[in-house]
Design a protein around this ligand. Structure first.
Ligand code: GLY
Length: 348
């Protein structure tokens, strides 16, 4: 069996390492700060439908495929899924037409989106504010990414530095940063999130359009009546500097969340953070053989095969089990074709 080195211990890298180890490969995971990148900020929506937009049909299909793998994967890791569906809501009439366009697109693509008026929405989610209307995405779910990362971390050993020996395959799952000559293939898109603790959280994820801006509120499963974690997200901003939370970003998030769910006014603020999402030029992840060249473009290299598992942008948590399977298939069979839409060589 080839010896595999996985670079990056976020949810994607750890998922790949776990799947490879499960298939009997000798795996080494290298990350000086495991789980501290985009996975740390992720809200954990397993919601291919609520984030889809025109031109992203391929992504919807991939998301649905990976969503289908989640129940068995989460059960194996011992992590609960929150399967109450996702409510897509619009605050004013303009926001509602945005939701209606999204619901029409989903229906055209064969994904379930049940339209609901304001009153029906409040019957399902009594804490909702004065939303105009929306839709229920019954198949969508959520998970706590930090719990997933912790469960995976228990199953695979992570080292701060690579061991001295060579490896046969190197998998680059380093999020918004890739080494040269692939560095230009991903760019950081800052996402800010706020974590709250709340005694009366919504029953399910609410993703709303609020005066033209998207805001989501993701509750963690918990016992009724006890305070639970609620994640409010997320801003989205192309930028050059380090991903720090900004006053303007946090203000927009909290304002949006309070308009969607006024009861959040009483929630305790636990954490504010920002991370870079790893975005690609065409919006699709890079999963498969790296385009020509060796990392950093220097030296003779070790002769290892290089695979990329990067550029998951908004979808790293959702696509982790699918990515792990695709990467492990490529390690198992070097002659296998990568997924055509995800092949990183499409960029060269
Ligand atoms: N998938 C949620 C986000 O990127 O904000």
């Amino acid at each position: 069996m080839p010896r595999v080195r996985v670079r990056g211990a976020g949810i994607v890298g750890l998922a790949c390492a776990d799947e490879l180890a499960r298939r009997g490969h000798e795996v080494e995971v290298v990350d000086a700060r495991p789980g501290s990148g985009a996975s740390r900020a992720a809200a954990g929506m397993l919601s291919p439908s609520s984030e889809v937009w025109h031109g992203e049909e391929v992504l919807l299909g991939l998301g649905a495929e990976s969503r289908a793998a989640w129940p068995a994967w989460a059960a194996r890791l011992g992590v609960p899924l929150h399967t109450g569906g996702v409510l897509l809501v619009g605050l004013d009439a303009g926001d509602l037409s945005q939701v209606e366009r999204q619901a029409a697109l989903l229906t055209r693509l064969g994904a379930a989106a049940e339209p609901l008026g304001g009153r029906e929405l409040r019957r399902l989610e009594p804490g909702l504010g004065r939303v105009t209307g929306g839709a229920l995405l019954r198949d969508d779910a959520a998970v706590d990414p930090r719990a997933v990362v912790a469960a995976l971390h228990e199953r695979v050993e992570v080292h701060a530095d690579p061991g001295p020996g060579p490896c046969d395959v190197e998998v680059w799952a380093t999020g918004a940063w890739l080494p040269r000559p692939w560095r230009h293939l991903v760019r950081g898109v800052r996402g800010e999130v706020v974590r709250l603790r709340c005694g009366d959280p919504p029953c399910r994820t609410v993703r709303g359009w609020v005066a033209g801006a998207p805001t989501y509120v993701v509750p963690r499963p918990g016992s009724p009546g006890t305070a639970v974690e609620v994640v409010v997200g997320a801003t989205s901003e192309e930028h050059d500097g380090p991903p720090v939370p900004t006053l303007g970003g946090v203000h927009r998030l909290l304002d949006g969340a309070r308009l969607l769910l006024p009861g959040l006014d009483r929630a305790e603020v636990v954490e504010v953070l920002a991370r870079d999402r790893p975005a690609t030029a065409d919006g699709l992840p890079l999963v498969g053989p790296a385009p020509q060249g060796r990392p950093d473009g220097t030296g003779p290299g070790s002769g290892a095969r290089h695979l990329l598992a990067a550029g998951h942008h908004r979808h790293g948590v959702l696509l982790a089990p699918l990515t792990a399977r695709l990467i492990a298939d490529l390690v198992d069979d070097p002659a296998a074709d990568p997924h055509p839409a995800l092949d990183p060589r499409r960029t060269s």
